[in-house]
Design a protein around this ligand. Sequence first.
Ligand code: GLA
Length: 643
Amino acid sequence: MTRPKPLALLLCVLFSMAASQPQAQTIDPLAPTGRWPIRDGSAARTPPMGWSSWNAFRTEITEDKVIGAAEALVSSGLAKRGYVYVNIDDGWWLQRRASDGRLQVRTQLFPSAVVQGSADTSFRPFVDRIHGLGLKAGIYTDIGRNACSQAYDLESPNLPVGSTREREVGLYGHVDQDIQLFLKDWKFDYLKVDACGLADFGADQSVVAAHAYRPMPPAIVRGRPAQTDASKIRGLYEEVAAAIRRHDPANAAFLSICAWGQADVRQWGKDVGQSWRTGEDITPSWSSLLQSFDSAAGRALYAHPGAWNDPDMLFIGAGEFDEHHLTEARSHFSLWAIINAPLLIGYDLRQAPQALLDIWGNSDVIAINQDPAGHQGVLAYSADDLQIIVKTLSDGSKAVALFNRSATSLQATLTADHLKFAKDAPIAVREVWNQQALPAFTGEMALTLAPHETRLLRVNGKRQLPGALYLSELPGLVNVAVDGVRQSELDPTIRRGMSPWSGSRSDGERPVYSGWGGAQADSAPYGTALAVGGRSFASGIGILSGSRIQIKNERRFARFTASVGIDDSTRNRKGSVRFSIYGDGRLLAHTRELAFGQAPVALAANVAGVNIIELVARTHDGSAQPVSTAWGSAALSEAAGQQ
Ligand code: GLA
């Protein structure tokens, strides 16, 4: 190996320093950019669908098992329904070669990776085979030096082998080399980048000494945002995204960020990757499903085409979602569909019962998930036992999930208000799972839900706002560019199930996901109903001050209207806020400074011909604590004079 010259070394250091920094921030993050920042590559216009080895096999993967899954996707017809990714998760690697840092595949598991007459191994023949089936291939790595299995699957026979350095199979220090290998040389289409290497290999972890790992100070301390270095994590993932751009000029690769809802990934995941895990690993239990679902269900405004909340892979087929629990299995699928979650099957498809294939293959449910408008379902009603989630579809109809979280049957009432449809006009209803038309209703409809059942409906009615839609019906058009959260807080509303690993040995399960106070559809930031100066708003956007929301209007709507003000629930009652609307970077309308307790102020702007609308709520008092604000009844009208 030739030694790099000092100048080259300096440039290299400067470059890698720049690359590891968060992207250059504009001096004023609230200044409108008039630009949609989401990398909207072909791979992520709708949530990804496919298969992953993890929930089916953990580290016990083999080429036969993975190719078997790929062939089953094709022969069962699932591939035609959209399941195209075949993703290898943890367990594929043998080591990082000492001489040149090249990753070596465990050829005992993947025999086609042997390169005759060479010490190299290559996934290229395997990927070619997957591509030959008309499918796409995914691979797994870690943002740190070591992978999750090296901390949590210690009994596995498939852990990396060799010296400390040879067992450092993660990306840390090898980003460009590995991404080039995965994308350019091996031709993978999808990368899952886990984060255990930056969470679980601190010097004080017993596994580090026991397995002679090089200690890595944890940048993620789960459940402790104050000790977590979110900007470091973001910077490292940005480095990966930059390498992907270099080695995938066609902009076709998918980056799946796996930081389990930690390190404020809620805020920045959309700017860096195509999906981001919102919570811990799902297990095949009802309790775990609730937790995973909750971690993503309240984050509708952060996802849109090109960028999806990921509550983890499907566990249909195992435990409480197996073929003896079809109600729960269908609930799992309905819920993941309506919140635009990735649909990644985690089952040994070589031997799947028809009843399960019928769930994954239900094209009407899939169509809800894959609707091109990409509006994540929004919570229209939420209680500990029942939730109603409503998703706007591109044809103007809506999908509704009535979700019985409890173990007893429930009587639910679905109202026109939940659907933002007029109370005085009939609403047509179809049951999605059995494709039955139900009698149309006006005003409200009663439905019985079996324990753990989700009734999934498609409904059509007259809009509540003639010629207009509430912004909260259109989360797929929204990018929360800056959400005003200055200090991460743990979200107390996400279910805390008993740990599947340690049971009740601790003193209890505490909130672990930051994101409390983030932007909300039809709710104030901290979960109360939207209200300004005593006036309530059933619809609107609740967001902290110091925020900028972007709307991808693309010349579609002509007018934006809202009733704005400081939300009655605000923690900071002293700050005053000015609300402004921009169109393609130009100021269109603004309020004066509004104070706590003041009545809502009508704010409207003509946005005809505008591509990007931006809504800015700014405080001028310089106080550290943000103010809760409401864009009450925020709506977009098709004609200039309406609303
Ligand atoms: C983490 C991830 C899982 C899986 C395992 C592999 O726990 O969250 O999805 O990839 O690592 O070890």
